[in-house]
Write a protein that binds this ligand. Structure first.
Ligand code: C2E
Ligand code: CA
Ligand code: CA
Ligand code: CA
Length: 278
């Protein structure tokens, strides 16, 4: 027991070392992921709550790592953001979503908008509008078919600069959603000032819906608030029939979650475009 303190410390530093090394390795691998064609997008259906037809799809990035298998965005997007790689990766994501949309169009599938998640670092990048404009043009995409999702914190952190950037993006004709709504520092003031078209209620509210009645009141209020401001309201993380039923009663505009579909590879989401379009 005399040496256990030092043993623990040695164990701790060894483990820390291991983790730092792994993280550096991952960042290094990520540096080449785009060029090596290792990134891919999955697409999760968004459902029109009134008609239960397909309203759109959200693109969600994955990394097919050569030795570690399929890695989810929660594991590598933060690394991409901290290292600045997200600007190039984000540009690839924007281009790929547009390329895929054009392919769906060429194949005569039901056309629904595709939404793309943007990180704070991308919004701050001066090249963002050019990147968007370039991808729209390259694939001859009607800008109305593209929606961008930004979290509340992204908007708050950037203040007036963010508003100017968002207005420039909106001028391209794409629409904007606030992602994870309710988890940040929502204020009526900024909600009113940001030129967003949609609010996406965070999954954490939906998942506790049935258990906690105060969440019901909150969700109901968010939907009412959104509509008062002329915004559409989407619920994410809808995983049960009972949740879908209540959200439809409350007049939520779109529903998304495992109850309807998990995120799917491009080919698999085509079934929805064939059979479930309005
Ligand atoms: P998000 O934008 O809030 O995306 C929704 C996440 O919730 C997705 O996880 C999706 O698979 C998951 N989800 C959807 N429905 C359900 C449900 O019913 N139950 C549960 N438990 N989960 C559900 P995913 O794909 O792992 O993405 C995680 C986060 O990574 C995203 O959260 C987003 O913040 C970020 N992300 C994903 N793709 C991109 C991207 O292309 N660019 C950027 N910057 N971030 C991305
Ligand atoms: Ca999202
Ligand atoms: Ca979320
Ligand atoms: Ca999110």
């Amino acid at each position: 027991a005399k040496n256990s303190g030092r043993d623990n410390l040695q164990f701790f530093t060894a483990e820390l070392n291991e983790r730092v090394t792994q993280r550096l390795q991952l960042e290094n691998d990520l540096r080449h992921a785009v060029a090596r064609g290792e990134l891919l997008l999955h697409y999760q259906p968004r459902i029109d709550a009134a008609t239960l037809t397909l309203a759109g799809v959200e693109s969600l990035v994955r990394w097919q790592h050569p030795t570690r298998g399929l890695i989810g965005p929660a594991e590598f997007i933060p690394i991409a953001e901290e290292s600045g790689l997200i600007v190039d990766i984000g540009a690839w994501i924007i281009d790929e979503a547009c390329r895929q949309h054009a392919q769906w169009r060429e194949r005569g599938l039901g056309m629904v908008p595709v939404s793309i998640n943007l990180s704070a670092v991308q919004l701050r990048d001066n090249g963002l509008c050019d990147t968007l404009r370039g991808a729209l043009k390259r694939h001859a995409i009607d800008a109305a078919q593209i929606e961008l999702e930004l979290t509340e914190s992204v908007l708050m952190d950037n203040g007036d600069a963010a508003i100017a950037r968002l207005n420039a993006i909106k001028a391209l004709g794409v629409s904007l959603s606030i992602d994870d709504f309710g988890t940040g520092y929502s204020s009526l003031n900024y909600l009113y000032r940001f030129p967003v078209d949609k609010l996406k209620i965070d999954r954490s509210f939906i998942q506790n819906m049935a258990a906690a009645p105060q969440n019901l009141a909150l969700i109901h209020a968010i939907i009412g608030l959104g509509h008062t401001l002329g915004r559409q309201v989407v619920a994410e993380g809808v995983s049960q029939e009972s949740e879908a039923r209540m959200l439809r009663e409350y007049g939520c505009d779109e529903l998304q979650g495992f109850h309807f579909s998990r995120p799917l590879p491009a080919q698999e989401v085509e079934g929805w475009m064939r059979d479930r379009c309005a």
